[in-house]
Ligand binder design. Structure first.
Ligand code: HSE
Length: 431
């Protein structure tokens, strides 16, 4: 039996503890699969409290940076999180010392991935980050290796379980966002500060990484158009169902004639498409490629053991001697990303207006849409206002239209005296 691969783990939160449990529970299986034992020799965390796992055989490092220079650590596992230090400096130091790093840190990869990959590849080290995107789903491996023979037309994913859980609950109970969020927080499904999740930042971090893998472009988080789910109302979910759609927060990267689109926003997807069936905290990614056509991947996007499973996948790959490429091309071959501006986006739209139930209202709205060359596919009005000053919802589905024209039309429609409240718009994505 060869020498053990010695691991140093920084961060003993949910995932760190889950990783130790997995390494213990699967020790025999992993040793057989890898050809040598995987042994945790050192750990670092904020406090030495009891976490329900035995750490007695592991050296304790008060400063995580120590893991980069210890002689008894061959590979550093970074599970502290956060885009900056200490996670960033630990990864930089370990990679510069030629030690491979496995991390679940999507913010770090989204903002500094290209820089870390350069250090890794210049020093013969490997940077593994399967756990940073969609938890247990082996999507990094699928895009980098399984689909290596393909060009990507589009990649669309449910990359945030908290948002998918909230939207699923809104769908099944008819309740509004705020109420479902409060309940999710009380149950521990959503963070006390939910903004990274519900405002789309977390999904955007993961999308930035997938874009680099799919298109061989430098990671460009700032080029992502990001909208979260706070504006999605129960009424929109009900209309979506009536029209044969579901509302999902999608993260999408697509090759267009204007460049590469990267966007995160609520989408209407057809109710019979695979992603529409992905409910609760699950994640899913659909790839559209030129030779393999459509592939769909689904699984648990978070949680101690699913995330630990992805961390271990990278450790096993590295222990078996995987190649040193961080992405699907060497880091030196990455091209700058040429972003498609969001106002050049084209697609169909769902629009909901709250209008006063008076003659001529639809004619005014139609005139504005005509001025912007926006063609309506269908129009729906439900019910009648109970008095002359009452309002009713009107829903429009458009044919394919440019985002800039759509936004201009919505601004003018919102200014009409006959329209109460701000128009609501959700982009339709045919998958
Ligand atoms: N908070 C994320 C989610 C999991 O809700 O999916 C970690 O990225």
């Amino acid at each position: 039996m060869s020498q053990p691969l010695r691991l140093g783990i920084a961060g003993l939160g949910t995932v760190g503890v889950g990783l130790i449990e997995l390494l213990n529970g699967q020790a025999e299986l992993l040793t057989t699969r890898v050809g040598r034992p995987l042994v945790v020799t050192a750990v670092s965390a904020r406090s030495q409290r009891d976490r329900g796992v035995d750490l007695s055989a592991m050296a304790w490092c008060a400063d995580p940076a120590e893991l980069a220079s210890r002689d008894d650590v061959d590979l550093v596992v970074e599970l502290m999180g956060g885009e900056g230090d200490p996670a960033k400096s630990l990864c930089q130091a370990a990679l510069a010392a030629g030690k491979s790093v496995v991390t679940a840190n999507k913010a770090l990869l989204a903002l500094h991935g290209t820089e870390l990959a350069r250090i890794a590849e210049a020093n013969g080290a490997i940077l593994g980050y399967e756990a940073a995107v969609a938890g247990a789903i082996p999507i990094v491996k699928a895009v980098r290796e399984g689909l290596a023979g393909n060009g990507f037309r589009r990649l669309a994913g449910i990359l945030n379980g908290t948002c998918n859980y909230i939207l699923t609950q809104m769908q099944s109970t008819g309740r509004d966002f705020a109420e479902v969020l409060a309940e999710a927080q009380a149950l521990g499904y959503a963070e006390a500060d939910p903004s990274f999740d519900v405002d789309g930042i977390d999904a955007a971090h993961k999308l930035a990484i997938l874009t680099t893998l799919a298109y061989g472009t430098e990671t460009d988080f700032d080029a992502i158009h990001i909208e979260g789910i706070r504006d999605v109302e129960a009424l929109d979910i009900a209309f979506a169902a009536e029209l044969g759609f579901r509302i999902k927060l999608l993260a999408i990267a697509a090759a267009t004639e204007h460049g590469i689109e990267q966007r995160v926003h609520p989408c209407m997807v057809q109710a019979d498409t695979p992603i529409a069936y992905v409910d609760g905290a699950f994640n899913a990614v659909e790839t559209q490629t030129d030779y393999a056509d459509r592939s769909v991947f689904e699984g648990r996007g978070a949680g101690a053991h699913p995330t630990a499973s992805a961390v271990v996948a990278d450790i096993v790959d590295i222990a078996r001697g995987r190649d040193g490429m961080t992405y699907s091309v060497p880091v030196t071959a990455l091209k700058p990303l040429s972003p498609a501006p969001m106002d050049r986006h084209e697609g169909p739209y769902y629009v909901r207006l709250e209008v006063y139930d008076q003659p001529g209202v639809i004619a005014d709205i139609s005139a504005i849409l005509r001025d912007e060359s926006i063609s309506i596919e269908s129009l729906l009005q439900r019910g009648r206002a109970t008095d002359a000053n009452g309002s009713v919802p009107v829903v429009l589905i458009t044919h394919e239209v440019g985002e800039a024209a759509m936004l201009r039309a919505l601004a003018r429609i919102g200014d009409l005296d006959s329209v109460r409240d701000r128009p609501r718009m959700i982009r339709i994505e045919y998958l």
